[in-house]
Design a protein around this ligand. Structure first.
Ligand code: GLU
Length: 489
């Protein structure tokens, strides 16, 4: 059997990170089994669906590289087919026309609530209370239509909905890959509406028909849809269709265990792109958030696709941990190809400096080392700051101390030594520093601070020889000269 999975977002907002994770699980499961991953945009709620939201979802998936194997299916294009299936169920006796009006249903509910309230009164005997509660429960129970076994319409042209006749047998069982074997009494299920009074199909019908028509073999979705499964199964049964496998994945919670909200961190997938996370880091983090494979923490997409399984999905909600996401991002920044990293970093650098050819060259040289120094792209850009700014006007306390008399003297001498360097390579520069220390019986601990102060304003930077190599001869000499003017012309 060829595995087919799908991600079925409703385009009513951004691509939520919970949605992104659902998409990722579906994608990985399909890849693991050499199957297809499909995308269905559930845009039947015209009032809430927008084109911008559809685009935002597509952009989010594109950023994460979660490419569907076929063109997206738009649920609204399938309305005729949904209606046809409802008619088929009417024809085979599993669905029927129900003439109950919304007003009658509302009145029924209200009567039930009133009786439930009345049952709380102290003036009742136990028997009276029980009788009232029984009546209330009957009225508030999932709706079973008086037309479920046929019957004439109240008027020849009375409006009607089409409802599925809920099964009479006593239990519906779902064997879910995450939630386990769960059964529900059919009494808990109403005669669910398939077509509204205006003839439009309901969400519950559309999902089942589309999943069947798209050949979906595994429905992997949020556990907020778990209860829906018990209402959807009778539709499969009524249509005599194969039932797919189900895996209902627990939600993502905030770090405090509460339902995820903005105060825990950004909810939109693309917000993480804008904050400087790499897509492969986001995927690696999201796959581990609610799924595990031994104690492995970091996965490339290929690695995850080779081992992803439904059994590894945790039953408890994952908790969003931004610190961990930062660590994972730092890992993937270190792993990233430098040309790509530079391209990703460019907009961040441009916010801080003019990215001319000179700076571009310095970045190219420095990035293999400096990429160790940031959890996000903006952090990384900030750690490159000394490549375009000596910080001479913004010396920290340590730097000011290092640039007192002795320091200045050493700087002038160093300037001369560096000026005479045969070549401007890391090794040659290290050689100049070592020879200078040896000649003056000084340690690097004495020579380093003033030089670091002149070159970076005292900011912690990598070793000085590479820093000088990246900056280039002219820049290094100019930065030193700013504090220790040349004595010889
Ligand atoms: N459209 C539904 C949602 O966005 C998902 C339906 C499903 O996966 O079955 O929550």
């Amino acid at each position: 059997m060829k595995v087919v999975t799908r991600f079925a977002p409703s385009p009513t907002g951004m691509l939520h990170i919970g949605g992104a994770r659902t998409a990722l699980f579906n994608y990985l499961f399909a890849k693991r089994h050499g199957g297809s991953f499909l995308l269905r945009v559930e845009d039947t709620d015209k009032a809430r669906s927008t084109e911008e939201a559809t685009q935002a979802i597509l952009d989010g998936m594109d950023w994460l590289g979660l490419h569907a194997d076929e063109a997206p299916v738009f649920q609204s294009n399938n309305v005729d087919r949904h209606v046809m299936c409802a008619e088929q169920m009417m024809a085979n006796g599993t669905a029927f026309k129900c003439y109950a009006t919304p007003e009658e249903l509302q009145a029924r509910r209200e009567a039930g609530e009133e009786k439930r309230k009345a049952a709380k009164s102290d003036d009742l005997s136990d028997a009276e209370r029980e009788a009232l509660l029984a009546e209330a429960n009957e009225l508030l129970a999932p709706y079973r239509s008086p037309w479920r076994d046929g019957g004439d319409p109240p008027a020849p042209d009375a409006p009607f909905t089409v409802r599925l006749r809920a099964p009479d047998d006593d239990e519906i069982a779902v064997s879910d890959h995450v939630q386990g074997d769960v059964t529900l009494k059919t009494r808990e299920i109403d005669d669910l509406i398939l077509l509204r009074a205006d003839g439009t199909p309901t969400y519950m019908l559309a999902v089942v028909v589309d999943d069947h028509d798209m050949g979906v073999t595994h429905v992997i979705r949020g556990d907020d849809h778990f209860r829906n499964t018990f209402r959807q199964l009778p539709i499969y049964r009524a249509m005599d269709w194969d039932v797919p496998e189900f895996a209902h994945v627990p939600m993502i919670h905030g770090s405090d265990g509460a339902k995820l909200s903005k105060r825990h961190g950004a909810l939109s997938t693309l917000a993480y792109r804008d904050m400087g996370y790499l897509p492969e880091a986001m995927n690696s983090y999201l796959v581990r958030l609610g799924w595990s494979h031994g104690d492995r923490e970091v996965f490339t997409m290929d690695e995850a696709a080779a081992v992803f399984d439904l059994e590894g999905i945790n039953k408890a909600p994952g908790r969003l941990d931004l610190e961990k996401l930062g660590d994972v991002n730092a890992h993937f920044i270190r792993e990233a190809d430098e040309d790509r990293l530079l391209a990703l970093l460019t907009p961040e650098i441009e916010k801080l400096a003019t990215l001319d050819a000179k700076l571009s060259e310095r970045l190219q040289h420095a990035l293999p080392t400096l990429k160790e120094r940031g959890q996000t792209l903006p952090e990384l850009a900030e750690s490159c700051h000394f490549l375009w700014d000596s910080n001479a006007d913004n010396l920290n306390k340590k730097a000011r101390k290092a640039l007192r008399e002795d320091g200045i003297k050493r700087l002038s001498e160093l300037r001369e030594a560096l000026d005479g360097a045969d070549s401007w390579t890391i090794e040659a520069l290290q050689g100049v520093l070592d020879a200078y220390c040896a000649a003056h019986t000084l340690s690097m601990g004495q020579v380093g601070p003033p030089l670091r102060a002149a070159l970076t304003g005292g900011l912690p930077a990598p070793d000085l020889a590479p820093v000088m190599y990246w900056l280039g001869r002219d820049e290094v000499l100019a930065r030193i000269e700013k504090h220790a003017p040349a004595t010889r012309g």
